[in-house]
Design a binder for this molecule. Structure first.
Ligand code: GLU
Length: 464
């Protein structure tokens, strides 16, 4: 195969949304699979909607995911001279022509076609044909440049996702490729870029299917090789509706804020539109080794938040505790965590991560080690009864000297229970309450070992 070159070509009009991230991921993985090149191109010609902040947001999202590009970012706004050059070449070659029809005239043509029950289009007034005399050029009117779209035949491509797609050329208008002020239009820029950047595979959202025959015709007219196209079906929200930022978390960085790890998002997005047998959990290394265009799904994929949570829990359990500490620390500081008075944060997170579906849940859960416990008086009265207090006192006494390992603590608690004729929950529950302020914690001996002698004694003293 020729050198594989793929691209991600976002329009910087917002954040990096899930669909965009998946397109980027597949294009990146395809290039990685073949040892090819992944190009980042910023399609910023819509001056009203493009912002530098959106460029930053997209680059930040890709960095967070670790989708590194090999070339670019190329900005379309910096390529204007090149587009003008190709427009001039096409005019010279007769594959494009000047059109002096006014906006009003074009609208009237479109209305006429609509009245006839046909597709509204440009009627070809200024389209040069052998033997045809063109109207006199109106004074004081700046022309647009139109592409001379073939009038007969079809455009057909083998879409790697959707199969063969055929569009009749008569369905396609003579598209404007340059406006009266000379600025090039969308489909034209994409075609020139894909040509110049020697793109071999275009994976993008299926909202672009209608653009593809136009781009193919332009590529043919300028003598460019055609890339392979694959149009990915859209991602639906958990409710089955189109993802929208008003009703769903749609931005990749929102998932970061909600406490999802980048490896979770990558693994999740990889499966959202592609499969490799029954594999659900895999690294990006594996994904790049497996990824091909044969197993892309052609139906829309629906988000499943339970599965995402499950996957995130899996990656949280795998994650290095020190890394989790870096992520959880600011969240806990915002809740007033007292790190100086608490145990080692990484160790605390390591103890709590088994059940955490997000880093935020993990941070919340670990707070019990970093704030003064304030047990509910009613619960205290229920669990710290007069029958239990002597056992708690003896526990505290033994704690002053016992080896603070989980094992030694476990053995010591058993001895205290035996001495007072109590069962495990009768001591474990009040211990949980006085040490953490809550009844649900990981194994009590592990909690005590983590808190350490000093803090355990200080917290118990208050209740004896
Ligand atoms: N700029 C387009 C978008 O953000 C993508 C164009 C393409 O991939 O060809 O939807």
């Amino acid at each position: 195969m020729t050198d594989v070159r793929t691209r991600f070509a976002p329009s910087p009009t917002g954040y990096l949304h899930l669909g965009g991230a998946r397109t980027a991921l597949y294009s990146w993985a395809y290039a990685r699979h073949f040892g090819g090149t992944f190009v980042l191109r910023i399609e910023d010609t819509d001056l009203e909607r493009s912002t530098p902040e959106a460029v930053q947001a997209i680059i930040e999202g890709m960095q967070w995911l670790g989708l590194s590009h090999d070339e670019g970012p190329f900005y379309q706004m910096q390529r204007m001279d090149r587009y003008r050059e190709v427009v001039a070449q096409m005019l010279a070659a007769g594959t494009a022509y000047l059109c002096y029809s006014s906006k009003e005239e074009v609208q009237a043509m479109r209305d006429r076609f609509t009245e006839l029950g046909e597709k509204p289009r440009y009627d070809g007034t200024w389209r040069p044909e052998p033997g045809k005399t063109l109207p006199p050029v109106p004074a004081d009117r700046t022309p647009v440049v139109r592409f001379k779209n073939p009038q007969d035949g079809d455009v057909t491509w083998d879409d790697v996702v959707k199969g063969t797609i055929t569009i009749a050329n008569r369905e396609l208008d003579d598209l404007i490729i340059a406006r009266p002020d000379g600025t090039p239009t969308y489909n034209f820029c994409v075609a020139v870029d894909d040509w110049d950047m020697r793109i071999t595979h275009v994976l993008r959202g299926d909202d672009h299917v209608n653009n593809t025959p136009r781009q193919i015709n332009i590529l043919r007219a300028i003598g460019a090789p055609l890339p392979q196209y694959g149009h990915l079906p859209m991602i639906l929200g958990p409710d089955g509706a189109k993802l929208s930022k008003r009703t769903h978390a749609a931005s990749v960085m929102e998932f970061s804020t909600m406490g999802y790890l980048p490896e979770t998002m990558l693994n999740y997005l990889a499966r959202l539109g592609w499969s490799h047998g029954n594999e659900e959990v895999f690294s990006m290394e594996q994904f790049c080794a497996w990824f091909d265009t044969d197993h892309l799904t052609s139906s829309a994929a629906q988000m499943n938040m339970e599965k995402l949570a499950w996957l995130n829990n899996h990656y949280i359990k795998l994650a290095d505790n020190a890394r989790l500490a870096t992520l959880a620390q600011p969240l806990m500081a915002a809740q007033g965590a007292d790190f100086a008075g608490g145990p080692d944060l990484a160790a605390a997170l390591g103890l709590m991560k088994e059940r955490a579906n997000t880093v935020n849940e993990l941070a919340d859960a670990a707070m019990l080690f970093f704030r003064t416990p304030q047990p509910d008086p009613a619960l205290l009265a229920q669990h710290l009864t007069d029958a239990v207090k002597p056992a708690l006192a003896q526990f505290a006494e033994r704690c002053a000297t016992v080896d603070m390992s989980k094992e030694a603590l476990g053995a010591m608690i058993k001895e205290v229970l035996a001495a007072h004729g109590l069962k495990m929950p009768q001591l474990a529950m009040p211990l949980r309450l006085v040490l953490t302020g809550q009844l649900q914690t990981p194994a009590i001996d592990a909690v005590i070992a983590l808190l350490g002698r000093e803090m355990v004694l200080a917290r118990i003293q208050k209740f004896l």
